[in-house]
Design a protein around this ligand. Sequence first.
Ligand code: CS2
Length: 466
Amino acid sequence: METLSSSSILPANVSQPTYNRKLLKPGIVHIGLGAFHRAHQAVFTQKAIEKTFGAWGIVAVNLRSADPVNALQDQDGLYSVITRSAEGDKADIIGVTVDWILAADRGGDVLAYLSSPDTRIVTLTVSEKAYGLDPVTGGLDLQHPAVSADIANPQAPTGVVGFLVEGLVRRRERGLLPFTVLCCDNLPSNGHVVRRLVLEMAEKRDPELARWIDDNGKFPCSMVDRIVPAATEETRNRAKSLLGVEDRLAIETEPFMQWIIEDDFVSGRPRWEAGGAVFATHVEPYEKMKLRLLNGSHTLIAHLGILHDLEFVRDVMAVPEFVQKVERHMESVVGTLDSVPGIDLPLYRKQLLERFANPTIAHRTAQIALDTSQKLPQRLLSATVETLVSGKDASAFAYVVALWIKSIHKRGDLDDPRKADILAAAASADPADPSASFFAIKGLFPPELVSARDWRDQVNAELAKL
Ligand code: CS2
């Protein structure tokens, strides 16, 4: 079967870019060419360009995996996003990607783009673990492989922070302004986090450079939301039947999408409002709401799914007892949230339950359970600390930690950067105090929780019930 390309003739109900792709110039470098980016920032950017054409084409950079880069090459930069709902499936072709690079092979080309006057924004979706963030200090983890490699050999970076710093070095040498760094990963105050990491690495190189970035750089925070399961053979088959051609990059997603962005850019930005993005002065309340209510519930659902052999989020949501657990969890979370401008929290919660239950979205519980150690702090543990400080009941959060521990025992394995420590904790667990070895893992639980003996007893009590 033919592969999607710019000469494909597609069915009339498949929407295609309405702008002239040949005239689209690069303006954004995006690092992390995963499913999420393809169904989120790229879609918003396409809508912005359709509304107001401008030099906002995306150069898509993947740090390590070659597959999506090769697929973009074979498909002239095109791919489809399939939006699934009870109303049916709708395919849209996205054409905003103007170049594609595997950084591991062509790091020099990535740096050339990063130091080009045309590049005004660098967006990031590299996942929590890629930044080299030390959860205890909030600064750089010097043991992180990419961080140590990029400090040792800064001109040939391998990791996201190393690329940003080397790109900024070259811009400064060329007399250019910095690019705006727009983090789109699920981290709290994500712009501040990345700013700090970049400044720390820059400082090690040259304090003057760090000062220049501090004075001229911008790192707006942003809250991103769209549920985008990893694509499967089924996704590609669905694309085939909708498009009539093969699309190796097809992804499927829900209709909902949200992007709240701090409007603080060095040299302009696309009109992302055209896709429904909201520009706000303070993004933190939205991030906190989303990380704790959506992602925190996801982590709960993921481990319920693993323990009960339920493959997809929707399967967990089909069990009334588990829905009650999610509702109880959300109730505890709401006690930790400030009011969020423009958001009706009860409605937001109701929508989340509906989104999780969407029968057309096959979101694997195992996918969400990946890297749980990197997700617990912002999704669960900070809310737990705040709940305990205010003297409220945090047993709903103890339940999630117990589920996670139990799921490790059940699987005997996991995919997580702290895997070795976590498996060692599981192997040495003391039946009389089964969570103790997990709480002893360095830098995983905040000190306030390590010393919260009563709460840890609740984790043990939940474990005993499981
Ligand atoms: C999920 C998120 O995999 C996970 O950890 O919780 O990817 C989630 O689907 C998105 O943040 C939704 O916006």
